[in-house]
Design a protein around this ligand. Structure first.
Ligand code: ADP
Length: 355
């Protein structure tokens, strides 16, 4: 019997994340092991449109697992959102005999993948985003490394804050999601954490800082999620100084948090997801994203994953739920509640033990 898949493509798209290379390596080696050739598409969907590709061998990926960023490069490509761009991408797939694609990225990338799947190129998504903002999966590739990077920066800042008896306000990436801020806030012994998922009581924060200073504490850390918006962190820093009398400094490491050597957790999770994606794609599965759910690696329908994201962010549009059964909608609601409860629980702990 003739094999359906002779060649598959792999690409990274949207914001880069440490651990993407572990996925690329795993996809490449697993596919070759299954007797399938791998084409690396350079620069995400724009590479697909503009035919920038290269064959990937095991040797090409033999030592990329420890590297941050993505060896396939990443890009944002608006042309891919048009029918014309989509047809150019399909033409590239036909030209190279690419029978399916594994697309590593965030929700935008998965939107692109589902559009391609509908047009006859089977696609499977693997998460690659530091933000952990894909509701369908408990964790995303890149999240763990980003948190560990913030941890190192926050610890270093605490050293200097302690020397100078200051409060450091640390703003961390995460787009609209407060996961990085919440977890690192707890680990950095932050006296306050501000994330958009939870109400933020700044008067309470000022009171805590004043009380702890009266007790003799020299340094403080406050972690603010990027999702709180442009000037929030800087304004809060000034207010802390004005209200509490504690000298305060604002720090925004920004993109530094996206780079760096991937942690063990991201390498392992990335490798597992890549392998699973190849197994499923060659098995005829398409239009799913590989997710971690309660310690299992499972495929989740991309459309389900995209809609549950919208539900979680209160951004559902009319008709979004029409294609789903009442059971599926219940499942979505339960997942959104689980995610919300995570923040409630974490916020309680942070506010109780942070000082
Ligand atoms: P991320 O994947 O990290 O969420 P983006 O939202 O920037 O990053 O999306 C990455 C790329 O995915 C976009 O530049 C575009 O090429 C593609 N994409 C995003 N949304 C769509 C869409 N609705 N249809 C087709 N392609 C899309």
């Amino acid at each position: 019997m003739e094999k359906k898949f002779k060649r598959i493509g792999v690409l990274t798209s949207g914001g880069d994340a440490p651990g993407m290379n572990a996925v690329i390596k795993s996809v490449t080696c697993a596919a070759i092991d299954f007797g399938v050739e791998v084409i690396g598409i350079l620069g995400g969907y724009s590479g697909l449109i503009n035919d920038r590709t290269k064959v990937l061998t095991e040797k090409d990926v033999s030592d990329i697992i420890a590297k941050g960023g993505t060896v396939l490069y990443s890009d944002r490509c608006d042309e891919f959102k048009t029918e014309e761009g989509m047809q150019k991408a399909i033409a590239t797939c036909k030209k190279h005999g690419i029978d399916g694609i594994i697309a590593i990225g965030g929700d935008g990338t998965f939107r692109g993948a589902t559009d391609l799947s509908i047009r006859g190129i089977p696609c499977i998504g693997v998460s690659g985003t530091i933000d952990n903002d894909i509701t369908a999966t408990d964790i995303t590739v890149g999240y763990d490394t980003a948190m560990n990077t913030v941890l190192s920066l926050g610890d270093a800042l605490r050293d200097t804050s302690e020397s100078h008896a200051r409060c450091c306000v640390l703003e961390v990436m995460g787009r609209h999601a407060g996961y990085i801020a919440m977890e690192t806030g707890l680990a950095l012994n932050a006296i306050g954490v501000a994330v958009q998922e939870m109400p933020f009581d700044k008067e309470d924060l000022f009171k805590k800082i004043i009380t702890m200073r009266e007790k003799g504490q020299r340094s403080f850390t406050v972690v603010v999620a990027e999702g709180m918006g442009g000037e929030f962190g800087e304004a809060l820093t000034k207010e802390i100084e004005a209200v509490t009398g504690v000298e305060a400094r604002f720090n925004r490491p920004a993109h530094i948090v996206r780079g760096g050597i991937p942690t063990l957790a991201d390498r392992v999770f990335g490798a597992k997801c890549g392998y699973k994606a190849v197994e499923l794609l060659l098995d005829g599965v398409s239009d799913v994203v590989i997710c971690a759910r309660h310690d299992k690696i499972v495929p989740i329908d991309i459309k389900w994953a995209l809609i549950v994201d919208r539900m979680y962010k209160n951004k559902l549009k009319d008709g979004d739920l029409d294609a789903f059964t009442p059971e599926q909608i219940e499942e979505m609601k339960a997942l959104c509640e689980e995610r919300h409860n995570y923040f409630v629980e974490m916020y309680k702990i942070v506010n109780s033990i942070g000082c």
